[in-house]
Write a protein that binds this ligand. Structure first.
Ligand SMILES: Cc1ncc(COP(=O)(O)O)c(C=O)c1O
Length: 397
């Protein structure tokens, strides 16, 4: 293991374009606590994919609204109102700032970073979790289920706790994410199941059908709610820029986030608010995501990858899968907007996550930089012209 950045001397000096990465690679080095992504070959591995657990603090106001929202003896209207209050004050409206130092580092002007790490449990997943819990409340459900490898489970468990809804989280048995303890602390029941994430989704779905529990897994009947919730990211970007940027870059796994953002921009354009729909750029782990593979191979649709070839690492885990549940929607969004989808390496995700911390002061989850890496890699090969670029960073570390 090599040393970590220690002092200001380690902060990279501004360089231009392609000079920068190789030259500065050793300035964003790994620490003992951040192992470079090693392929999983044992029965268990510890994920470092999860945003930092245990940092959701209950303010006085949140606590009192929670008491109302979770009180099942109160009329539903009162609970919904209290929950809505929490949702509006806590979720979304994440910060977007111009990354002047990053611009200098990579030699491209007007890059804006939309930091989803400002959501309560640290990722964009809070957006869909709160909306679905609200839907569950309205429709009289008293329990919700989802399969997860970490971030989504934490977001659902937190929102469910606030609303007094029981929560069943399905996690593949050989995944040990830092998020597990947090999920349990939020009062959710964790069910360990054999197999991978996709199989855990099946278990969770079967449970929802058997026990009439709200199914918050991607790809179900409430996909529309999830897409609308992510569409708000586009509205927030518009609120800042007053038009669409030329490109929006997003990390992809199932493709739900990217599709929602695209739909949000599509709606803004249809309503005459923006002059265009941005080109949508997807980044995901090297050879391990069906959306990226379908784009690169020019396939009409996403096709499932070979399960046995998918090796998660502590870095790429939020992004890899052999089946992307909303993959075709995401692939269409990329193609229709003349965007692109690209493989990104663990090394680069880690590198840019460290760079953002050093020069922009943002503590990002490595996987959440996949869209940024896809953008920068393209710029290095075919320089992009100066314009407005928005990079969605999906999680904090
Ligand atoms: C931090 C983070 N970023 C991006 C994604 C990808 O989102 P989606 O599955 O909507 O493509 C995930 C998915 O779990 C995630 O946890």
């Amino acid at each position: 293991m090599v040393k970590a950045m220690k002092d200001n001397n380690d902060i990279p000096k501004a360089t231009t374009n392609s000079q920068s990465q190789n030259k500065n690679n050793d300035q964003f080095e790994l620490t003992e606590a951040e192992p470079q992504g090693q392929a999983r070959n044992e029965n268990q591995f510890i994920l470092l994919d999860g945003a930092t657990p245990n940092i959701v603090t209950m303010t006085k106001q949140l606590e009192s609204q929670k008491r109302l929202a979770s009180n099942i003896d109160l009329p539903l209207d009162a609970r919904i109102e209290a929950f809505e209050d929490i949702m509006e004050s806590e979720v979304g409206d994440t910060s977007m700032s111009r990354a002047r130092n990053l611009e200098r580092e990579i030699g491209l002007r007007q890059i804006f970073l939309k930091f989803e790490g400002g959501n309560p449990t640290g990722t964009q997943k809070d957006r869909i979790s709160f909306k679905q819990i609200m839907d569950a409340l309205r429709r009289g459900f008293d329990a919700i289920t989802v399969a997860t490898c970490g971030n989504y489970g934490s977001a659902i468990a937190f929102a469910a706790m606030l609303a007094g809804i029981k929560c069943y989280i399905y996690i593949p048995e050989n995944y040990h994410t830092k998020r597990t303890k947090e999920i349990a602390n939020f009062g959710a029941e964790i069910i360990r199941v054999p197999g991978d994430y996709e199989q855990a989704v099946e278990f969770s779905r079967q449970r929802s059908e058997k026990d009439e529990i709200y199914d918050a897994n991607p790809g179900g009947a409430n996909t529309i709610i999830q897409l609308q919730a992510y569409g708000e990211i586009a509205y927030e970007i518009y609120d800042e820029l007053r038009d669409a940027p030329s490109i929006v870059a997003v990390p992809v796994s199932n493709g739900t986030t990217l599709t929602g953002v695209y739909k949000g921009f599509q709606s803004l354009y249809r309503r005459g608010k923006t002059s265009k729909i941005p080109r949508i750029v997807a980044g995901s782990s090297y050879g391990k995501n069906p959306i990226v593979q379908a784009f690169i191979k020019n396939l009409t649709n996403c096709s499932d990858l070979k399960r046995e070839k998918i090796k998660e690492t502590s870095i790429n885990e939020p992004l890899v899968n052999w089946h992307s549940i909303d993959g075709d929607l995401a692939l269409d969004a990329v193609r229709i907007t003349d965007g692109w989808a690209a493989n990104v390496s663990d090394k680069n995700m880690l590198y840019y996550s460290k760079m953002l911390r050093a020069i922009e002061g943002l503590n990002t989850l490595p996987a959440s930089t996949a869209g940024l890496v896809a953008l920068v890699d393209h710029h290095k090969k075919e320089p992009l012209s100066n314009d407005r670029y928005v990079v969605i960073l999906t999680g904090r570390k």
